[in-house]
Design a protein around this ligand. Sequence first.
Ligand SMILES: [Zn+2]
Length: 324
Amino acid sequence: MPTFALSRREMLVGAGSAALAVGFVEPAMAAGEIQLATGQNWTGWNLGDFRVLAVSDGKLGLGSPANWFAGLPVEKIEAVLKENFLDTTSISLAENILLLDTGQRLVMFDTGTGGNPMLGDTAGRLMASLAAAGVDPAAVDDVILSHGHPDHIFGLLGPDGKPAFPNAQVHISEVDFRFCTDDANASDPKVGAFVPEMKRQLLGVGDRIAMIRDGLEIVPGVTAIAAPGHTFGHMVFMLESGGKTLLNAADLAHHYAIFTRHPEVNFVSDQNPQMMAATRMRMFDMIATDRLSFVGYHFPFPGYGHLAKAQQGFEYIPASLDTI
Ligand SMILES: [Zn+2]
């Protein structure tokens, strides 16, 4: 005899209504049982004829903000954090992965940390989030990498060392591909420790790599735009359909509050912080002037919003999600 457990909510509805209550989602949690990590860490919206899903890989804990922003006194950092109702002693960055369904291709941008312990234990949730969103990794046609950093490419391979997205072509700038696969860069003071794993990940999908460059339309409706400085081959992407546009801004900015108020600040993990600050200021100005919508990889989930010019720097205005 088929059986099913009644949730507390169904029991409250009463036995007479049980037939109507079967559709309630299990498990139903009550006081003392609510868990934050089991949520469906994805959301989506329309972009012209395309559909966009933002899927969370979790977050990166950076610890004390004092170590990350060169040239900005710690009092100023704390003031911005405080104004934004954030913890002034420890900062974290979201990891927002975009999926774009063009109707012809399913495109994913970046792959998260893959749960690599070098990046902490609060990221690496991509596969669980994809499962929650009902996306089969084998259905992804293209993985477009914004750059070669570990929090973007360490999810290329599964725990078995095989491609985690077995049918996907992988796109990355040639500059970053060469940097990440060159043993000589293991002595790089900023990312050298990651180079052996960067190389393993990228060569693990080496038979399906395609190089991208500034201005290339990678798949119809997705165009690469060079945004150098964070890495020398760092790319952002303009997504366009039916007269609607969305800029996938990747790592144009890391901490949403600090870099919008102080876009000129140098971020210590940028390969060339001055070059990146110039790129950031130029592109922030474009986003605000052209009233573009954008997604920041490290902005608060889903990282989808706009920039308005403010008295000092810019203001980040999260988008109102139109999910229907
Ligand atoms: Zn990043």
